[in-house]
Design a protein around this ligand. Structure first.
Ligand SMILES: [Zn+2]
Length: 184
C-alpha cells in the first residue's frame, strides 16, 4: 500500500525515532508499505518519520541509479550493493568517516527542493534487518549519502539543517510556504 509522505511542516518530521523493540507483522507491513511508497515516489530512501511514524526504521535503495555509483563492503570484502537492495535499517548506528564532500540531495518531504549538502564520503553502518539479524557494512558514494540522510530523519534532523546559510536564505520563501501548508 502506498502511504502518504508527510511534508516539511508536519510535526512527525521533527520527532526522534523510538527504538524498535520487536520485529513483528506490523513492522514488516510498515516496511513493505514504505518500500512501495518510496518506489512510487522514485526515491532512494525513506524514513518512518516521513510516513508519520517516529521509530528507528529506514529503507534505502540505490539500485538502478547509474549516474551516482555506490560501493559497499562487508568485513573488508567488497560486495555488490545491488544484491543488498532494498536495505531495511532498524535501530541503525553510524560511524562517519572524517572526510566530507558536497553532493546534491533532495528529500521526498521537500518537493522540488534540492541543495548541495556536505556528507562523509565513508560510513560504517550497524543495524538490525527485518529478519532480526545484525548487519555491519561500509559504504561510499550515493549509498553512504542516502544512509546519512535517512539516519538524520530518524533523529528528527532534516537536510535543511545541514545546508549552508546562503542556500537556506535562497530557499527561505519556498520553505516558509511549504511549512505553512503542512503545519497541523
Ligand atoms: Zn529526506
Amino acid at each position: 500500500m502506498v502511504l502518504e509522505i508527510v511534508k516539511y511542516g508536519h510535526p512527525a518530521l521533527r520527532k526522534k525515532g523510538a527504538a524498535v523493540k520487536q520485529i513483528d507483522d506490523k513492522l514488516r507491513k510498515l516496511a513493505a508499505d514504505m518500500f512501495e511508497t518510496m518506489e512510487a515516489a522514485n526515491g532512494v530512501g525513506l524514513a518512518a518519520q516521513q510516513v508519520g511514524v517516529p521509530i528507528l526504521l529506514a529503507i534505502v535503495d540505490v539500485a538502478d541509479v547509474e549516474d551516482r555509483p555506490s560501493t559497499m563492503s562487508i568485513a573488508g570484502k567488497s560486495v555488490d550493493p545491488e544484491e543488498f537492495m532494498p536495505l531495511v535499517l532498524i535501530n541503525p548506528v553510524l560511524e562517519l568517516g572524517a572526510e566530507k564532500e558536497g553532493g546534491t540531495e533532495g528529500c521526498l518531504s521537500f518537493p522540488e527542493i534540492t541543495a548541495e549538502i556536505p556528507r562523509s564520503t565513508h560510513v560504517k553502518t550497524r543495524a538490525t534487518t527485518l529478519d532480526g539479524e545484525e548487519i555491519e557494512f561500509e559504504s561510499t558514494g550515493l549509498l553512504a549519502r542516502a544512509i546519512q540522510h535517512e539516519f538524520d530523519h530518524l533523529q528528527g534532523v532534516l537536510f535543511i539543517d545541514r545546508m549552508n546559510s546562503a542556500t537556506k536564505v535562497s530557499l527561505a520563501g519556498k520553505l516558509k510556504r511549504l511549512q505553512k501548508e503542512n503545519r497541523e
